[in-house]
Design a protein around this ligand. Structure first.
Ligand code: GDP
Ligand code: GDP
Length: 478
């Protein structure tokens, strides 16, 4: 498990490097690193007592030219925050609260990342005035610390404990298989006559539902601010044939743009969040979860834009999960490929994260693109069309039941509580968009999640449901 990730934030000279070194437990001469060197090294492993930590590096700021310092700090801070579970905001208690501290505090208050305020340089009871002053920053009670002398580390440890606990809880929740979890619901609006259909298994003619070619594919492009969504949209609309311009549509909060790719009509669902974008507040603009969710719900396929240099961070993952939970088809766009610092590391990280944190949807497609240069945009749109087709796919009941028979023979369901083997009798596809199945089972409540996963993954392989949410509901049948 990844340890608690901590970002150390604050203006220059408050003691960030000193604390970093103390937590990292080794002397890293980060203050003297050349710019460009520090940029690549993002994390250090460390610990506080028995608590393992991952520390996000925000060093290297001092080297920035004076006029660019503020922008640079803001960017660094924002990046570090995006990757951290908790931020340590340092002030120099001997100096007291400066306007720059107040500026940092403001950034932190606006960030969803929780913050622990740390009043540094408090050794031997010094810095009292600054300590009390810092209550006024609105970041909660300060932890008095001396990074240099190692005083106050126990209090810091205590302050970190609840965040570590919350992380563990989140991880446990992430481990939950979405598809397997869905089965405990009733599959809400599933049709009534499914069992008869499943048992009859004679509708081999409904394999692929013909799609109305004139009907547009609803596409949303979502992602954190600054990942390049607007740039991509402009590119796409510039290159492909634009059918209609922006117009108010679907709901009050969304506008749509239609264009054509490979003969297919595509409708971009653009939400308020994208239009509201203001250049001035660009880098501080926050991800609006409500806007994002809105866009996801209006879409069939969702392109999640990510920055190649910080691919699949916490917010990206949050959005990806929202897409899966809403049952939409997801395509990942790894943007700014033209400027990526380390391409193989990016892909490695992406694959790791997909495997550890989105394992319930195997095979989510990703495309490396550059909205700026136009690289791979055709591929991106081809992938959108392909994923949409998979999301719409229907498998006939006859084929499903033949598959179910083979799958349960190859790997029979376990014994139920009463020593009788659980039996899976038949199944049928209840609906598409996303592919949703009902299986009829002698003891649905006893069938382990691992077996449901076996079935879902088997269906992915057998019917090509790669990369889209697949739902399987178990129904009781004697
Ligand atoms: P950064 O710019 O925030 O990374 O700050 P540094 O870690 O480079 O520290 C700035 C200065 O403050 C250095 O001279 C440190 O030795 C000093 N410093 C750091 N922590 C403490 C502390 O707990 N007490 C005192 N008195 N000085 C400290
Ligand atoms: P949005 O907030 O997601 O809409 O992002 P923007 O489209 O406004 O882009 C944010 C910044 O990233 C701008 O400075 C863009 O020029 C830059 N950007 C966008 N796409 C790319 C790309 O493919 N490569 C590079 N190097 N920069 C990009």
């Amino acid at each position: 498990m990844t340890p608690l990730t901590v970002a150390i934030i604050g203006r220059p000279n408050v003691g960030k490097s000193t604390l970093f070194n103390r937590l990292a437990g080794r002397r890293l001469a980060i203050v003297h690193d050349r710019p460009g060197v520090t940029r690549d090294r993002r994390f250090a492993d460390g610990r506080l007592g028995d608590m393992p930590l991952r520390i996000v590096d925000t060093a290297g700021l001092e080297e920035a030219p004076a006029d660019a310092l503020e922008t640079r700090m803001r960017l660094q801070t924002e990046r570090a925050l995006a990757e951290a579970d908790v931020a340590l905001m340092l002030i120099d208690a001997r100096v007291g609260v400066t306007p720059m501290d107040a500026h940092f505090a403001q950034v932190l208050r606006e960030s969803p990342t929780p913050v622990i305020l740390v009043a540094n340089k408090c050794e031997g009871g010094a810095g009292e005035a600054g300590l009390y002053e810092s209550f006024g920053l609105g970041l909660g009670d300060p932890v008095p610390l001396s990074a240099e002398h190692g005083e106050g580390l126990a209090m810091l440890y205590e302050a970190l404990l609840p965040h570590e606990a919350a992380l563990k809880e989140r991880r446990a929740a992430e481990g939950l298989d979405v598809d397997a979890a869905a089965r405990v619901g009733d599959g809400d609006a599933l049709p009534e006559d499914l069992e008869a259909r499943a048992a009859a298994g004679a509708d081999d003619d409904v394999e692929e539902e013909p799609e109305d070619p004139g009907k547009p594919l609803n596409l949303a492009i979502v992602g954190r601010p600054n990942t390049g969504k607007s740039t991509l949209v402009n590119r796409l609309l510039g290159e492909d044939r634009l059918l209609t311009g922006p117009e108010a549509g679907v709901t009050r909060d969304a506008i749509t743009v239609d264009w054509e790719h490979a003969g297919r009509r595509i409708r971009l669902v653009d939400t308020a969040g994208m239009r509201r974008k203001g250049r001035v507040t660009e880098s501080l603009e926050k991800l609006s979860v409500a806007d994002t969710l809105n866009a996801i719900r209006l879409a069939e396929v969702v392109v999640l834009m990510m920055d190649a240099d910080m691919v699949m961070d916490r917010q990206d993952l949050t959005i990806a999960r929202m897409v899966v939970e809403e049952g939409r088809a997801l395509v990942l766009a790894v943007n700014k490929w033209d400027a990526a610092a380390d391409r193989s590391a990016t892909l490695q990280r992406l694959r790791d994260r997909l495997q550890t944190s989105l394992a319930q949807v195997r095979g989510i497609p990703y495309v490396t693109i550059s909205g700026l240069t136009g690289r791979n945009l055709d591929r991106l749109m081809d992938t959108v069309l392909e994923t949409h087709a998979i999301w719409n796919r229907r498998i006939s009941t006859g084929r499903l039941n033949r598959w179910l028979l083979a799958a349960t023979e190859e790997h029979p369901p376990p014994m139920g509580k009463h020593g009788r083997r659980i039996r899976l009798r038949y199944m049928t596809q209840a609906k598409a968009r996303p592919p949703t199945f009902a299986a009829f089972c002698s003891r649905p409540e006893d069938l382990p999640d691992s077996y449901v996963r076996y079935l879902v993954n088997g269906m992915r392989d057998a019917f090509g449901f790669e990369g889209v949410p697949v739902r399987l509901y178990l129904r009781k049948s004697e």
